[in-house]
Design a protein around this ligand. Structure first.
Ligand code: MG
Length: 465
């Protein structure tokens, strides 16, 4: 009898611990998303990089979950960010285009007001919300973070290589470029406070801003979207990190981001928030390989940014919380779009039912190591589906390189087929051996396309020069 009581107590305690993050209705969990820019699958120590030192992210992965099959919604900045914040494929919101790939400083539009961002969603449960860093979903007033559910914004509203005012070649960048060569604005809320932004200190200042916001809002639920502008090219590190990495300036920059992650997690621990805050670290798309040593690495994955090969869309992803997240390496499928669904569930906010959502709830995997409910991945380039993954296998209907690498556009009558678990580098086409799997993936795509309404292109309209 005593033993039974003891077991019940232990079971109840364990259950309480594991579901503390998910089910504490009085105090729903805080969320911090740290989103790097153009960091590849192979750029962190814990993901196998031999010389870039990332002790804080490595520790975060050991204390939390390291995902090895985690994807973004597109292989370039603007659509990938739209996917994360809306929980929907960019083809639905119109935040992708077959004319331009991202928004530019002369773009007229941005994220449609009809889209619901994760910040707007969490506001329904009383969260304090901040966007810090790169936005890239429209820089005109109506499209800024403060009009998309964020109470505060501090950052550069698009890529750090825009507003280029130099004729210097990009490949000279590590030695010759300075922040003055890119007249990008730094904004606080809706006001430009510095131009050109001093990019040497930008990573450091983003981290400080996030820590300040967390301390200020520690008594209520908060959501911080910390989207670093780096390691997107051009690369700049602050004085303390310059020339610290054997990997060169790219390594310096990643090591400074890692240091910021360490500071942020230390703050959560000091402030007593580590048990009730979920931190996610990932990147918006794969490495910019045409910049050679100044771009990142996709590790064993094929190709990089701009493509629908694995290196373009599979990213490092680490989930962390000191209570709740079950430490492990997860090889099941997940995407950035699942964050909307998962965090909404944890915060007790119903998922919008007036639109098609592309996320699934990963809570069971995060909290109890259950299998991920996600069965597949759609790989879009602009509004066109190029490939689809179902379980172990990926079929490429169209392949195309980018930035002068990995070949011209090719439409495949019989799709290329790879078993991504056996062949993560996509080297051995097994289409001839498995026509039945191609049939299954075709049916999966057909079902997806049956209810697909392609959103009006929000990227193509630009100011006349
Ligand atoms: Mg990017």
């Amino acid at each position: 009898m005593q033993l039974t009581m003891y077991l019940i107590l232990v079971f109840t305690f364990t259950l309480t611990l594991h579901t503390a993050v998910a089910q504490n209705k009085e105090q729903p969990p805080n969320f911090v998303i740290i989103f790097a820019d153009d960091m590849g699958y192979g750029d962190l120590g814990i993901y196998g990089h031999p010389t870039i030192k990332t002790p804080h992210l490595d520790q975060m992965a050991r204390e939390g979950q390291k995902w090895t099959n985690f994807y973004v919604g597109a292989s370039v900045c603007t659509p990938s960010r739209a996917a994360l914040l809306t929980g929907r494929l960019p083809v639905r919101s119109g935040m992708c285009s077959d004319k331009v790939r991202v928004l530019f400083p002369n773009s007229l539009h941005g994220l449609p007001a009809s889209e619901i961002t994760l910040a707007e969603q969490l506001k329904k449960a009383g969260y304090a919300t901040a966007a810090i860093g790169k936005w890239h979903l429209g820089h005109r007033p109506q499209y800024l973070p403060t009009n998309n559910g964020f109470d505060r914004y501090f950052g550069i509203p698009y890529s750090n290589d825009m507003d280029k005012v130099t004729d210097k070649s990009y490949l000279e960048l590590a030695d010759a470029l300075t922040p003055k060569d890119f007249n990008v604005p730094l904004m606080r809320d809706t006001t430009i406070i510095e131009r050109p932004a001093n990019q040497y200190t930008i990573t450091k200042r983003y981290t400080e801003e996030a820590i300040h916001f967390i301390k200020k809002h520690k008594d209520r639920p908060f959501f911080v979207y910390l989207a670093h502008n780096l390691p997107h090219i051009p690369l700049f590190a602050s004085k303390d990190f310059q020339h610290t990495s054997k990997r060169g300036v790219y390594g310096d920059v990643v090591q400074e981001i890692d240091d910021g992650v360490g500071q942020l997690l230390a703050t959560l621990k000091e402030q007593g928030l580590a048990n009730n805050t979920i931190v996610v670290f990932t990147s918006d798309n794969g490495p910019w390989l045409s910049f050679k040593k100044y771009g990142g690495s996709a590790g064993l994955l094929k190709a990089g940014k701009g493509t629908t090969w694995e290196g373009g869309m599979r990213e490092p992803c680490i989930f962390w919380s000191l209570a709740g997240i079950k430490p492990s390496v997860v090889i099941d499928l997940g995407t950035t779009m699942d964050l909307f669904t998962t965090f909404s569930a944890m915060a007790g906010v119903p998922i919008p039912d007036d639109r098609v959502m592309d996320g699934v709830d990963l809570s069971g995997t995060l909290l109890r190591n259950e299998p991920s409910p996600r069965e597949g991945i759609f790989y879009y380039r602009g509004p066109t589906l190029y490939a689809a993954r179902l379980g172990d296998y990926k079929a490429h209907y169209i392949t195309e390189g980018e930035y002068g690498m990995f070949g011209e556009k090719e439409i495949h009558g019989t799709p290329l087929l790879y078993n991504l678990n056996e062949d993560p580098s996509e080297q051995y086409d097994v289409a001839q051996d498995h026509p039945e799997i191609i049939e299954q993936i075709n049916a999966y795509v057909k079902k997806h396309q049956a209810d697909l309404v392609v959103g009006a292109d929000q990227l193509a309209d630009q100011e006349k020069q």
